[in-house]
Design a protein around this ligand. Structure first.
Ligand SMILES: Nc1ncnc2c1ncn2[C@@H]1O[C@H](COP(=O)(O)OP(=O)(O)OP(=O)(O)O)[C@@H](O)[C@H]1O
Ligand SMILES: [Mg+2]
Length: 310
C-alpha cells in the first residue's frame, strides 16, 4: 500500500466543522506517527471531541480531508483496527461487563472464542475482574469508564482514540490509565488522547498539540526539551552575591539574586554550562544547578488561559 501520507497513523489536512453559525474546529492539520502517543489539549469547548469524531468518521467535516491508517476518514476497511473510548461511555445497562466486552469484540471482528478469551484479559487490565459478571446498571461512573477503556482495547487495535480517559477515575484509576497507555505503546499501537489533565499528558505523551477555539495554537515534542522555550535556571552558591550577576551574559538573560540562589534564563540548554563556568571563575562556590523546564501547565495557561471565556 503506497499511501501519500508517509505511513502516518493520522494525517489531517485542514479539517473544519461548523454547527450552524458556530465553528467547532477550524483548519485542523496534524500528523501522528505510528507508535506515537499524541496528546490533544484544550479547554472545555475547544473542539477536542469534535476533532476525534471527525477522525473516526462519526462527524462529517465541513471542510478539509484526512486519513487514518492510510485510509480515508470513516473508511469501513480500517474500523476494526481502531479503538475508541468516547467521552461519556454509556451502553445497554442490562448487559454484564463480560457480555458487553464480548459484544464489542465481536463487533470489532473477533471470533466468539477469541472475544471470550480476551474479555477477562482486558478486565484485568482495567482492574475490573471482580465485577466480570455484574450488570452495568449497578456500576459507578468510574467503573463504567474503566469498562469503556476495556472495550476500546479488546481487539488490540493499531490506533486508539481516548477522549478524556481519566474522567471520573480515582488516583489508582488514573495510574492504571497511564500503565495501559504505556502497554499500548510497547505493543506498537498509536494512541490519540484528549485531555485537560496536564500532568497526565506530561507524563504519558510523546507529543502534544494545544487547541483553542477550534484552532491548534501550539504543539510541543515532549522529548525535545529546547522546544519548551526559555528555561529558568537556578544556581545555588554558598557565597552568592549581587556582584556575581554581572558575569551572566547573553544568551543568558534576566539575572537575579534571592538568598543564595542566582537565577537566570537561557534560550537553550547548552548555554547553562557557560554561565556556571563564569560564576565559578568569579569565585562562586556552586553547590547545585537546577534547570526548570516550563511546565505544560504554565504553557497551557499562557496559550489558552489568559483571555479564555466560555
Ligand atoms: N452536535 C453539536 N451541535 C452543535 N454544536 C456542537 C455540537 N458538538 C459540539 N458543538 C460545539 O462545538 C464546540 C466544540 O465542542 P467539543 O465537544 O468538540 O469540545 P471539547 O474540546 O471536546 O470540550 P470538552 O473539554 O468540554 O469535552 C463547542 O462550542 C460545542 O458547543
Ligand atoms: Mg470533549
Amino acid at each position: 500500500m503506497s499511501a501519500p501520507n508517509g505511513g502516518f497513523a493520522i494525517d489531517a489536512r485542514g479539517l473544519s466543522k461548523t454547527f450552524g453559525p458556530r465553528t467547532a474546529v477550524r483548519d485542523l492539520s496534524l500528523t501522528v506517527k505510528r507508535g506515537e502517543i499524541f496528546g490533544f489539549l484544550g479547554p472545555n469547548g475547544a473542539g477536542k471531541s469534535t476533532s476525534i469524531k471527525m477522525l473516526l468518521g462519526l462527524v462529517h467535516p465541513t471542510g478539509g480531508q484526512g486519513s487514518v491508517l492510510g485510509a480515508p476518514l470513516g473508511a469501513p476497511s480500517v474500523r476494526r483496527d481502531i479503538g475508541f473510548l468516547p467521552e461519556d461511555f454509556r451502553f445497554y445497562d442490562w448487559l454484564t461487563a463480560t457480555e458487553l466486552l464480548v459484544l464489542h469484540g465481536r463487533l470489532a471482528g473477533l471470533t466468539d472464542a477469541k472475544a471470550r478469551a480476551r474479555a477477562p484479559e482486558v478486565l484485568e487490565l482495567v482492574a475490573m475482574s471482580p465485577h466480570a459478571h455484574r450488570r452495568l446498571r449497578g456500576f459507578s461512573k468510574g467503573m463504567l469508564q474503566r469498562l469503556g477503556l476495556a472495550q476500546a482495547l479488546i481487539h488490540e487495535p493499531a490506533l486508539i482514540f481516548l477522549d478524556e480517559p481519566t474522567s471520573g477515575l480515582d488516583p489508582m484509576g488514573r495510574r492504571m490509565v497511564r500503565d495501559v497507555i504505556r502497554l499500548q505503546r510497547d505493543r506498537g499501537a498509536t494512541v490519540f488522547l484528549n485531555s485537560h489533565l496536564l500532568s497526565e499528558i506530561e507524563i504519558t505523551c510523546d507529543r502534544v498539540a494545544f487547541i483553542k477555539d477550534g484552532e491548534i495554537v501550539a504543539s510541543r515534542d515532549m522529548a525535545d526539551a529546547s522546544a519548551a522555550g526559555a528555561r529558568h535556571v537556578s544556581v545555588r552558591a554558598r557565597n552568592a552575591s549581587a556582584a556575581m550577576l554581572g558575569r551572566i551574559a547573553p544568551p543568558a538573560t534576566n539575572p537575579s539574586l534571592s538568598g543564595d540562589e542566582i537565577r537566570f534564563d537561557v534560550p537553550f540548554e547548552d548555554a547553562i554550562a557557560d554561565v556556571v563556568r563564569a560564576l565559578v571563575e568569579a569565585g562562586a562556590q556552586v553547590v547545585r544547578v537546577s534547570p526548570e523546564r516550563t511546565s505544560l501547565e504554565d504553557e497551557f495557561m499562557r496559550l489558552v488561559g489568559e483571555d479564555h471565556a466560555l
